[in-house]
Design a protein around this ligand. Structure first.
Ligand code: FAD
Length: 338
């Protein structure tokens, strides 16, 4: 393997029902940032998409930062298959030699990335939260990939000096999407692919959607999140949330106690969220919780313990009983609106 032959920043595009997954848009934004961070490399941002999508979706990829889209076209690929995706992406990697290949750490990405890395005989850094080029050498494309370890108490930075592509999965909700720029146009390199001889022993018979997945807390602008301190009074959070168009989430303790479902858990083993406003009620602020919300634009914390660690990341801290403060807050908002 001659590392010098490998170039550009590739991003795997996950899509469903002709919509790009938010996590892939975030990776396009991050790839763009990396490209601009190191202009001497003269790298392109290349989106890689399998399936069949509309022209609009392809234009959207360009508007969101892709200089080029490698479009491996076959209608059947709209349905994910580990075997087919691994095979086709491996072929693409052999032919085009990407230096960096970013995959969202979604359910699909976590299934695909380890297989693909093994097939390409390269390393994989999973669940990364930070990427930067070698800070010591301004011309290097060596990627420093940081990820939490030991329950979020330590961060490890991993480099891959000897194999290519430098492959990594990135936690959704951590990177910033690029502001949409419709003036940007990207090249589309479409290839009709054949699935002959790629019969997958796994067949998907039916895809059932869970009703409650209609709300994705990672996309909410305002979140009111409850912890153990709220006990069984999540109704107070919901009442307040209804007044301001917020969604309700919770800490792992609240999930473990059955106050709210796991899909709404914020934190290291839940979702990473970055809303405009995050209101933490009766949440202590353990590192594993902070890992999922500390990048929120504005944090309001209500806790009766003035020394609770959540106050260290809060923009506004209210020391008091959340069960008393929340109804007052809801009442004030209602009065203000009327
Ligand atoms: P507690 O820590 O019990 O805090 C309750 C808080 O409520 C206290 O600060 C208390 O002062 C306050 N309080 C009590 N009554 C009131 C009241 N009436 N009004 C106001 N305040 C009140 N946690 C997550 O949240 N998300 C994760 O994804 C996650 N992943 C984890 C992964 C690993 C590997 C491990 C080891 C742990 C993980 N945890 C996670 C658990 C985490 O360490 C904490 O145990 C958890 O976040 C605590 O939840 P909590 O703040 O609701 O409860």
């Amino acid at each position: 393997m001659n590392i010098q032959d490998y170039k550009d920043l590739y991003v795997f595009i996950e899509h469903e029902e002709n919509k790009i997954h938010e996590a892939s848009l975030e990776l396009l934004g991050e790839a763009r940032r990396l490209k601009e961070d190191r202009p001497s490399l003269n790298y392109q941002v290349v989106a890689v998409l399998l399936g069949e999508v509309s022209e609009d979706l392809l234009s959207e990829l360009a508007a969101r930062g892709a200089d080029e889209t490698v479009y491996l076209h076959h209608k059947k690929l709209n349905e994910y298959s580990t075997l087919q995706y691994t095979h086709l992406l491996h072929q693409m990697i052999e032919a085009r030699k990407p230096d960096i290949f970013l995959i969202p750490a979604t359910v699909l990405g976590r299934d695909l990335a380890p297989r693909l890395a093994a097939r390409c005989d390269t390393g994989l850094t999973a669940d990364a939260t930070k990427l930067e080029f070698d800070p010591e050498n301004p011309d290097s494309s060596l990627l420093y990939v940081t990820r939490p370890a030991f329950g979020g108490n330590l961060f490890g930075t991993i480099i891959n000096e000897t194999k290519r592509p430098q492959m990594t999965t990135i936690r959704p909700g951590v990177m910033d999407k690029m502001q949409r720029n419709p003036a940007l146009t990207g090249k589309v390199s479409m290839q009709d692919v054949s699935l002959d001889g790629l019969k997958d022993p796994v067949s998907i018979l039916e895809v059932l959607k869970k009703d409650h997945m209609a709300v994705d807390i990672a996309k909410a602008d305002i979140l009111i999140s409850g912890g153990r301190g709220v006990g069984d009074r999540f109704d107070l959070l919901r009442e307040c949330a209804d007044m301001i168009g917020a969604e309700v989430a919770g800490s792992r303790a609240a999930v473990d106690e059955g106050r709210i479902e796991k899909d709404y858990q914020v934190g290291q083993t839940g979702k990473t969220v970055k809303p405009k406003v995050y209101i933490a009620c009766g949440i202590s602020g353990a590192v594993q919780h902070l890992a999922g919300m500390e990048k929120s634009d504005y944090i309001i914390a209500i806790n009766k313990d003035p020394d609770a660690p959540i106050f260290q990341v809060a923009n506004i801290g209210l020391v008091g009983n959340a069960l008393e403060i929340l109804p007052l807050l809801t009442k004030e908002i209602r009065n203000y609106r009327e």
